[in-house]
Design a protein around this ligand. Structure first.
Ligand code: ME8
Length: 512
């Protein structure tokens, strides 16, 4: 099995500053990247900004700015956000970079040379907000305004000379690919939507525009710019130095392990992208996962609806790790979810401060008082101890499997159950009553420490800063975190001095 793992987020439009939806995709991608890293994989994690096309050109024009200067400014806010969110991304790609322009131009040339692209005329509906073409049956009439049935964004009529990609030709090969690779599109329900869409028949796709100039020029005809989605999707290979297919990054990481996206852009990733790649004879990514939306009230949050939640505001009030924990735990992965202040505060007070932070402090201060802050020198496991430790051995493969199917819900439930059990264990074993049975006391404390170590490792991909704070107790540094070690119980070095740790989570005072 390949020990390389390549994960991507969508590259975001820098038409406005980032919002909670963007933060959500990035945080979840970071969760997977960090998990695979501690599992021992060589991980490449990519994010970035999608800077060409009419949407960006218009946004820049509205601000009276040159499109590149406009993108420079807003792309930076996305790059800054990736730092604020503590993302472990290896690269941040901008589609205005030379490396990307070279890669897209090369892909276009291949497609044109293989006669996969031809010149004709497009007439139909176009949504600048979605940068998508829609057919008549995908449009509705709303108060005299034509809008897309799926996204609700307004569409305009476009009639112009355009290059077309022979998408129709790839209908059968795509269906064959989906059936031979049943896990290519997840979750299952989204896969079925894609398959039915393809089965209804694919029309050739317009892949160039002539009526504006902000884009990568068609190499053989500078009157046209390449359709922004053909441009944008290619970022996933540009970042690996495509077209240099012999270089190490490309060889190690293509095909991608996981394109993590929102369900709004599934069609582009699960139909167009594999079709372009099939046509260019480039291997297809292994998985496209379309997650749900963060809603604001009942609606998808988006700039055009003016109902944006700003991740920075939440982070300033509550801190980063609580937000990461909340988004990963409370949004049932794959489905839509809401941000609720009350639920977020519950997560902080109950899960993080009480069940996790307090457990760490309680065990540590007990050991400080009774064992001079040292890891017990011996232990002698009885059934109660063996049972609670064994859960980690028994669930080990299931945890990995759940991550490999993007079943975050299983992972999060497992941690919650283990936090509950660890607290229950410490309470039920009543170490404070075992002061005259040193052997039993040592064993209870050793097991409690082991549980804290294992749970902190499991929490690392979700709340890396807080987990590292807890692991500092054992002097475990970030590069030494090993997920595989959770199934072994003899990790702690007897008699080693533990470090005291500072308070991990501040409870929210509900009367504030
Ligand atoms: O579509 N809830 O960029 P974009 C959850 N540039 N996730 C959300 C969200 C919400 N309310 N709103 C946005 C584009 N997202 C293209 C992508 S990729 C080659 C090109 C997340 O800025 C989600 O991942 O509109 C969604 O797919 C993405 O941001 C769209 O970002």
């Amino acid at each position: 099995m390949s020990k390389n793992f390549y994960i991507t987020t969508p590259i975001y439009y820098p038409s406005a500053k980032p919002h909670m939806g963007h933060a959500y995709s990035s945080i979840v991608a970071d969760f997977f990247a960090r998990f695979k890293k501690i599992q021992g994989f060589n991980v490449f994690f990519l994010t970035g900004t999608d800077e060409h096309g009419q949407k960006i050109q218009r946004a820049a024009r509205d601000k009276n700015m040159d499109p590149l200067a406009f993108c420079d400014e807003i792309s930076k806010t996305f790059r800054d956000l990736s730092k604020t969110l503590n993302l472990s991304n290896n690269d941040f790609i901008r589609t205005t970079e030379n490396r990307h322009v070279k890669s897209v131009t090369n892909l276009w040339n291949i497609l044109e040379k293989k006669d996969e692209i031809y010149l004709s005329k497009y007439s139909g509906w176009y949504s600048v907000s979605d940068e998508a073409f829609y057919s008549d049956d995908e449009i509705k009439n709303e108060n005299g305004k034509k809008t897309s049935l799926t996204s609700g964004s307004s569409v305009e009529w476009v009639e112009e000379e355009s290059y077309f990609f022979r998408l129709s030709k790839w209908e059968k090969p795509l269906l064959k690919f989906y059936s031979e690779n049943p896990d290519f599109i997840l979750p299952e329900s989204r896969k079925n939507e894609v398959i039915s869409f393809v089965k209804r028949g694919l029309k050739d796709l317009s892949v160039s525009r002539k009526s504006f100039s902000w884009g990568i020029k068609v190499p053989s005809n500078s009157e046209h710019v390449i359709y922004v989605w053909l441009d944008a999707l290619t970022n996933y290979i540009s970042a690996l130095n495509y077209p240099d297919e012999k270089n190490k990054l490309y060889k190690d990481f293509w095909p991608a392990s996981l394109h993590l996206i929102g369900k709004d852009i599934l069609r582009f990733h699960a139909i167009y992208w594999p079709a372009f790649l099939l046509a260019a004879n480039i291997p297809l990514p292994k998985r496209v996962y379309g997650h749900g939306w963060i809603l604001s009230g009942e609606e998808k949050m988006s700039k055009s609806k003016d109902n944006i939640l700003d991740p920075l505001e939440i982070i300033n009030i509550y801190g980063l790790d609580p937000l990461r924990y909340y988004l990963i735990k409370e949004v049932s992965f794959g489905n839509d979810g809401n941000i609720s202040k009350e639920k977020l505060e519950n997560c902080i007070n109950s899960d993080l401060a009480n069940n996790y932070g307090n457990l760490c402090q309680r065990v540590l201060s007990f050991i400080e008082k009774n064992l001079e802050l040292k890891i017990p020198s011996s232990y002698n496991l009885i059934n109660d101890d063996k049972n609670i430790l064994k859960i980690y051995e028994d669930s080990f493969e299931k945890i990995i499997d759940s991550i490999d199917r993007q079943n975050i819900n299983f992972y999060v439930n497992f941690i919650q159950e283990q936090l509950f059990s660890a607290n229950k264990y410490f309470n039920d074993q009543e170490p404070w009553k075992k002061k005259d049975d040193q052997s039993r006391l040592n064993t209870i404390l050793y097991v409690s420490l082991e549980l804290i170590r294992k749970i902190s490792i499991l929490l690392y991909p979700i709340i890396p800063n807080s987990s590292l704070k807890a692991l500092k107790m054992f002097n475990i540094k970030e590069d030494k975190i090993d997920f595989n070690s959770i199934k072994f119980h003899e990790n702690l070095k007897k008699n080693d001095k533990l470090n005291k740790i500072s308070i991990m989570f501040k409870k929210v005072d509900r009367n504030d």
